[in-house]
Write a protein that binds this ligand. Structure first.
Ligand code: 15L
Length: 277
């Protein structure tokens, strides 16, 4: 990889990943719709909107690999999810193929499977169970990744990112926490692995209390250096209630799932018939 594109470089994860990737590749192209400041050593800055055809061509032209963080990272009205996360991602993959890009790392989310009940261990082969419109767009992105791998030969790694903030805040995020260094390691595996078709992995650190079996990531060589275990005692002792209604507290996606049910706490997650999951 000579030139790597990081979309969404002005976002919460993007800003930190930009720092992590400094010097990792001969050229790092950072892109977003917001101001990204001056280019650092070995960097190119391209401001533009992936939803705009002319911008998109400029953003993607000449790169070998893409880490696609750009898009909406939480629940939003359907029209925006459709335009930015669904159509925007499709157009970006299409432009990547036209520009002969070899690898894409797709920032999926745990919300692609957020409606699974807490306590059930999932691996990357379970059926999607999105918990909101945002999660639905991530299911689309994973299918898009599979299609572009199968039909166009682009190697893609979909990472179901968990909670990539300073520290976990709740019992749920104890399981889903990932340190930015570990997330960067996963992204680099997606770009640099000698062979890759399409794989789905969970973007989590080495957390003991997790619902996700990350064997596929480990098979690809992922060796997380961080763990949320150091906060277990603090979170167990906390009396601050976890946010969300009955639905949120029953499912892995937490408050993302309850968005549509706010004000109706009597709605509980229906139990899946035996054998259906
Ligand atoms: C996500 O997908 C979001 O991008 C992030 O902001 C967190 O809220 C996280 O999920 C979560 O699961 O809480």
């Amino acid at each position: 990889m000579k030139r790597v594109l990081l979309t969404g470089a002005g976002g919460g994860i993007g800003k930190r990943m930009r720092q992590q990737l400094a010097g990792a590749y001969p050229v790092l192209r950072v892109s977003d719709i917001v101001d990204l400041g001056a280019a650092g050593p070995g960097e190119e800055v391209v401001i533009g909107d992936i939803c705009d055809p002319t911008d998109r061509k400029r953003i993607v032209e000449g790169v070998d690999g893409i880490i696609h963080l750009g898009g909406l990272s939480v629940e939003n009205p359907w029209e925006d999810i459709l335009r930015v996360n669904i159509d925007g991602s499709y157009r970006l993959f299409e432009a990547a193929y036209e520009a002969s890009v070899k690898r894409i790392v797709f920032a999926s989310s745990n919300h692609a499977v957020g409606f699974y009940p807490r306590g059930q261990t999932l691996d990357d082969t379970v059926r999607p169970r999105p918990d909101c419109r945002y999660g639905l767009s991530k299911v689309f992105g994973e299918a898009l990744s599979q299609y572009f791998a199968d039909n166009y030969g682009i190697g893609v790694l979909s990472i179901r990112i968990g909670w990539c903030f300073q520290k976990p805040e709740t019992p749920r995020t104890l399981g889903s926490w990932i340190h930015i260094e570990d997330l960067t390691q996963l992204c680099r595996l997606g770009l640099d692995a000698p062979t890759l078709h399409h794989e789905i992995v969970f973007g989590i650190s080495d957390n003991s209390r997790t619902w996700w079996d990350n064997a596929t990531a480990k098979r690809l060589g992922y060796a997380p250096r961080h763990s949320s275990d150091q906060w277990i005692a603090e979170i167990d002792a906390s009396t601050v209630p976890e946010p969300g209604n009955t639905v949120a507290l029953g499912v892995q996606g937490g408050p993302f799932a309850s968005e549509g049910y706010e004000g109706d706490p009597s709605r509980v997650v229906p139990a899946a018939p035996a054998g259906q999951d």
